[in-house]
Design a protein around this ligand. Structure first.
Ligand SMILES: [Zn+2]
Length: 230
């Protein structure tokens, strides 16, 4: 297996889904919903590249797994994360997620982490993914905030930089290493993930709709970067 990835494209095929619950107003207290998700009912094996993190950082990186697991039934995703241990490099296997460090900082967007993913079936259901954490992100609390956010992307949520504080894990950081206080999905995050998985069920039963992307604009955020199979 080659170690080198080719970044083939920044995801250009995301179009927020319009439907929303009345109380979870998108752009105000709820993140928009895109299309990239883990397969429903899958169990995701989570790995951490040992040489990239300090031992003390581990619990902060993994803290968001439990709260996302806790809402697995409510969201309808039935996706569960299982931490499998430290590894020497990213794992490219079905339903595998590896947390690594890498230079992804973008000052203008206050972007410090990135979700990179690959869909074997080219249907935006993720086969594997890596969460890349910039070396500049060192505050333990912000590691948790960043991971809970990136896991949100893996459930189909998009960034919501206009959302109110404490409303969603998809809000922007005020600045590097300053916590946004979000360590678990909010009620509106749960509602929006539920919407994402309901929409997924519809498009999976209507396969002809999957590749229809006309008229959609690239989204300027840190939603998944698609990678080619190594
Ligand atoms: Zn993001």
């Amino acid at each position: 297996m080659k170690l080198v990835f080719v970044l083939v494209m920044v995801l250009a095929a995301i179009s927020p889904i319009a439907a929303q619950t009345a109380s979870c107003k998108v752009g105000v207290v709820a993140a928009p919903v895109g299309f990239w998700t883990w397969a429903p009912e899958s169990t995701i094996s989570v790995y951490v590249v040992e040489s990239d993190f300090k031992p003390a950082e581990l619990e902060y990186l993994l803290a968001p797994l439990s709260p996302w697991n806790a809402v697995s039934e409510t969201t309808g995703s039935r996706v569960k994360f299982e931490y499998k241990g430290l590894v020497s490099r990213a794992q490219y296997c079905e339903n595998c997620l590896t947390i690594v460090r890498g230079p992804v900082f973008d000052k203008s967007k206050r972007h410090l982490t990135e979700l990179r993913t690959y869909s074997a079936a080219r249907n935006r259901i993720m086969t594997w993914a890596t969460i890349v954490v910039d070396p500049l992100l060192t505050n333990p609390e912000t590691l948790t905030n960043a991971l809970v956010h990136e896991l949100g992307h893996s459930f189909g949520l998009l960034d919501c930089y206009s959302c109110k504080q404490n409303s969603t894990v998809m809000i922007q950081f005020k600045s590097v290493n300053v916590s946004n206080n979000m360590d678990r999905p909010s009620a509106c995050d749960v509602a929006q993930v539920k919407l994402a998985y309901e929409t997924l069920a519809q498009r999976v039963t209507q396969p002809t709709a999957v590749l229809v992307d006309e008229g959609e604009e690239p989204v300027d955020d840190d939603t998944p970067v698609v990678i080619r199979k190594p």
